[in-house]
Ligand binder design. Structure first.
Ligand code: 0A1
Ligand code: ZN
Length: 892
């Protein structure tokens, strides 16, 4: 039985300006236990030719009940409007400006979608991006309608002592029946997706920040009483972000108040609502005993990200949702730079690139591939993707590579000067960058419209006779068959793009070769080559001996690069001598990928993993040659998803076995070094936890080393891990010891350790997320039954997105169990999608993503995964969110 067809599909090419604008809106929220009344009074302005009287359409949604409509104070006769679940149409609005009042009723306590107005732990909160405001009231729910907001909130005083909205508090008082109210005025025009309201029983921690012009800003973080002791790190991160944006981009905060509220039930990470950021509590709350180094890093980054949106997103916003990367790519770039400045820049770059290659490259290669500026969507929520965010940030980095830091800053200044207070497009951003630098950047435009990861191959030739060194680049184009960039849905052919290749040449003695392009001037030891054509060559002169090229330094463009004829010796030379720390790491990473692929191929041929005795020799060299902060990365094996790019129809379990084999092999060969790494990087007794780049690097190396040692299955190591687990003084060490115990098989100690952990942290839902994820991701065969049982555990809540991400996405990461040959893992995830789709469409569609990579696997698995997709597709009443992903996957 086919599903009902989805609602409308929006297309970039169909954009038209709104026929009306909303100049200002006054909202009155009467919050109740079960029913909430919203009274909206809008000043509407015509935005069409005077000769026309187009209808006015206000978006709505099924769960919003229309109670009253008035125009200029008079109830509108029913024949003058039409109300459907998708919205409200005023058939013939008055000519000129007019006042429109709309009253609606909602049931926030029944709203499990966590969009619009909902309750979390008894407190009210909102989430309006992308199109959630229509779940509150009928409105022109599009980002190019920018209004001034005044918001009155009235609620029971005992249940909701705190009542917050955007902007400044301009009034408050008592109301009848034990109720009270506040009134908020936001002086800045904004699209409705930035509207926010929070009401409930919350505690607050306050600090201040003095801006560069000497204004004092009150900073407040609100949480449930139990959590208020865990906000200090987020507060410090906020202050650091404010200072950084002043110093690096000259951007000052523009109001006297900045609020952050932590809520437990939140679909995404956080939301940049004007002066009232709402955060998933896992991205605010942290103390060393409950949060890992990774958590601290994410909190710092996301607090920065949301704060930076105040300029890139709020002051200058998007004209339509196709332009999402305008604010997201740019803001991710800004938060990455902020984190790099606060911590170790090279480590941060490696982490970002690893994530991009492991996950975004897969997205670019699958059925949901889309350009960073998508051309159409059924449900915008499905386009908050790694492509729009992470690849979008890499595209911003291309401007920086081409223009340099100073040129980039000039472009940013002009962008704000031109567009402050406007809703604009990615073309406007490109134009500001180009005009500020007097450059023609049109060659960058293709990055916005073309999906897929470009492939770049490089061949090098040295001529001893005339001392020239030639680099020949080829990029994907329709003509070059072998390099053909695979088509992506809806884009059968691809054009070349501008690829800035940051590079240097290393002499045989490891020194840097001075760069001089034929007919050009001396460039120093590093250059940025602009590759724009399908085939292009660069000839360097005066090169005394054949060099080893160091290309794409710092990963200067998000491409797959192949250096033809690159030998292991070349890679080891780069590893030892490259001045670019990213490329030093990259050389080791390429060696590791070669090794794993070779092991996989050998195992596939011989049906025996490691049968030919291939060992971790290269990796041992790598470990020996890289320095401090990188050692933990140097011994991290590449993600399976990165390897599968070159393994057609992969067997994920065999790949997992190869990884296990190599891990054991490395552990055995490097045992003395690993033990030394543990000893040298262990914390001293009584040492205080510090979140610094140096301390994190030490913990990372120690814990990575323990993970390897665990793979030896040595009872002595297990005993040591148990000891470390019991004695851990911070969550980074505690959860890593537990994970290593799990890795070591744990023996009889593991169940007791898991129970002990649960009992210790029973009252801490954020810590229990780690406990759920650890068990869900176990590679013990048959673990699907345990995961089904965990769904009934009191630590798991199906209406809580974090719970679902930990348990279900944790499970989907297990090659052994998600990809079990009998299809039991796929069936479980199919059940999960269908169950969740009735509760929360956004969460359900994130679960479906586990199936979208099915083309990467062997025929049997492809068939089993497809069967689940078909089963989902055939289910009556599917949400548009899930429908969009499943239907696109099945078409692939
Ligand atoms: N704009 C937020 C992320 C966000 C996006 C969508 C949401 O609901 C569909 C919620 C939050 C950010 O980039 O941080
Ligand atoms: Zn963002």
């Amino acid at each position: 039985m086919p599903t009902s067809p989805p609602t409308l599909r929006a297309a970039l090419q169909d954009y038209t300006p709104p026929p009306y604008l909303i100049d200002s809106v006054h909202l009155n929220f009467l919050l109740g236990d079960t029913v909430t009344r919203v009274e909206s009074c809008m000043q509407v302005l015509p935005n069409h030719a005077a000769s026309e009287r187009p209808p006015l359409f206000l978006h709505g949604c099924e769960d919003v009940k229309l109670v009253a409509v008035k125009v200029n104070g008079e109830s509108l006769p029913v024949e003058q409007y039409e109300v459907e679940s998708s919205g409200l149409t005023l058939k013939t609005p008055p000519a000129g400006a007019f006042e429109l009042e709309v009253h609606t009723d909602l049931h926030p306590d029944q709203n499990t979608s966590l969009e619009g107005l909902y309750t979390s732990g008894g407190n009210f909160c909102t989430q309006c991006e992308a199109e959630g405001f229509r779940g509150i009231t009928f409105f022109m729910d599009r980002p190019d309608v920018m209004a001034k907001y005044t918001t009155r909130i009235e609620a029971d005083k005992a249940a909701c002592p705190v009542l917050l909205s955007n902007g400044n508090l301009v009034g408050s008082g008592e109301a009848e029946g034990g109720r009270h109210f506040t009134v908020w005025e936001d002086p800045f025009r904004k699209p409705c997706y930035l509207f926010a309201l929070v009401a409930g029983d919350l505690c607050m921690k306050e600090d201040t920040f003095t801006t560069c012009s000497g204004r004092s800003v009150a900073l407040r973080i609100f949480t449930r009483a139990h959590d208020i002791g865990r906000v200090d790190f987020a507060m410090q991160s906020l202050k650091r972000s404010m200072k950084w944006d002043e110093e690096v981009f000259g951007l000052e905060y523009d109001l006297d108040l900045f609020n952050i509220v932590a809520v437990d039930d939140f679909n995404m990470g956080a939301m940049e609502n004007k002066s009232l950021n709402i955060f998933n509590s896992r991205l605010v709350l942290a103390t060393p005993d409950t949060a890992t180094d990774g958590d601290f890093g994410r909190i710092e980054g996301v607090v920065g990200h949301e704060y930076f949106h105040n300029w890139t997103g709020n002051r200058v916003t998007c004209r339509d949702w196709f332009q999402l990367t305008l604010k997201e790519g740019l803001t991710v770039y800004r938060d990455q730079e902020f984190s790099a400045d606060m911590n170790s820049r090279p480590v941060r770059r490696v982490e970002d690139v690893c994530r991009l290659r492991a996950a975004q490259f897969q997205e670019d290669n699958g059925p949901m591939a889309h350009p960073i500026r998508p051309e159409s969507y059924i449900k915008m929520d499905n386009f908050y993707t790694l492509t729009v965010y992470e690849k979008g940030a890499e595209v911003i980095r291309l401007y920086e590579a081409v223009l340099g830091k100073a040129g980039f800053r000039k472009g940013m200044d002009l962008y704000f000067q031109r567009h402050d207070g406007q809703a604009v497009t990615c073309d406007d951003f490109l134009a500001a960058m180009a005009d500020a630098n007097g450059e023609d950047l049109s060659a960058l435009a293709k990055w916005y419209s073309q999906a897929g990861t470009p492939r770049l191959s490089v061949a090098a030739e040295y001529s001893p006779a005339d001392k020239t060194y030639t680099l020949r680049f080829k990029q994907a184009s329709c003509g070059a068959r072998r390099l053909l960039l695979p088509p992506t849905p809806g884009q059968p052919t691809k054009d070349p793009v501008l690829i800035p290749v940051r590079m240097g040449l290393l002499a045989p003695d490891g020194g840097e070769v001075p760069l001089k392009l034929r007919g050009g001037e001396m460039l120093g030891s590093e250059a940025v080559l602009r590759v724009t054509k399908a085939e292009q060559e660069f000839v360097f002169e005066g090169v005394e001996q054949a060099p080893v090229p160091s290309l794409l330094r710092g990963f200067s463009a998000p491409v797959h690069m192949t250096v033809e004829g690159q030998s292991d010796e070349d890679l080891l030379h780069l590893l030892a001598h490259d001045t670019d720390s990213f490329n030093r790491w990259e050389a080791g990473h390429v060696l590791a990928k070669k090794l794993m692929r070779a092991l996989y191929a050998a195992a596939k041929d011989s049906n025996e993993v490691g049968g030919r005795g291939l060992g971790g020799t290269g990796m041992v060299c790598v470990y020996a040659r890289v320095d401090g902060a990188f050692k933990a990365f140097a011994i991290s094996l590449p993600e399976n998803s990165e390897l599968m790019d070159k393994i057609p129809e992969a067997d994920p379990i065999l790949l997992h076995e190869v990884r296990e084999f190599l891990t054991r092999q490395l552990a055995a060969r490097l045992r003395p070094e690993l033990e030394a790494a543990v000893a040298e990087n262990d914390s001293a007794p009584g040492e205080q936890y510090e979140f610094t780049a140096a301390a994190c690097a030490r913990r990372a190396l120690k814990n990575k080393a323990l993970g390897y040692l665990a793979a030896l299955g040595d009872p002595g190591v297990t005993e040591q891990l148990l000891h470390r687990f019991r004695g851990a003084t911070n969550m980074t060490d505690e959860i890593n010891a537990l994970a290593a115990l799990d890795r070591a098989g744990g023996g009889s100690a593991l169940p007791a350790a898991l129970t002990g952990f649960y009992q210790k942290w029973e009252q801490e839902p954020l810590v229990l997320l780690k406990w759920l994820a650890l068990q869900a991701g176990s590679n013990v065969a048959g673990n699907v039954a345990a995961v089904r049982r965990l769904m009934a555990h009191p630590a798991f809540h199906i209406t809580n997105p974090n719970s679902c991400y930990s348990l279900f996405l944790g499970f989907a990461r297990s090659p052994v169990n998600f990809h079990a040959a009998d299809g039991s893992g796929y069936e479980f995830m199919g059940d999960v999608v269908l169950q969740l789709d009735k509760i929360n469409h956004q969460v359900a569609s994130r679960m479906v993503s586990a199936f979208t990579t099915f083309k990467n696997y062997d025929q049997q698995r492809q068939a089993l995964m497809r069967a689940q997709l078909q089963r989902i597709m055939d289910t009556e009443g599917l949400s548009d969110n899930v429908f969009e992903i499943v239907s696109k996957s099945l078409k692939a």
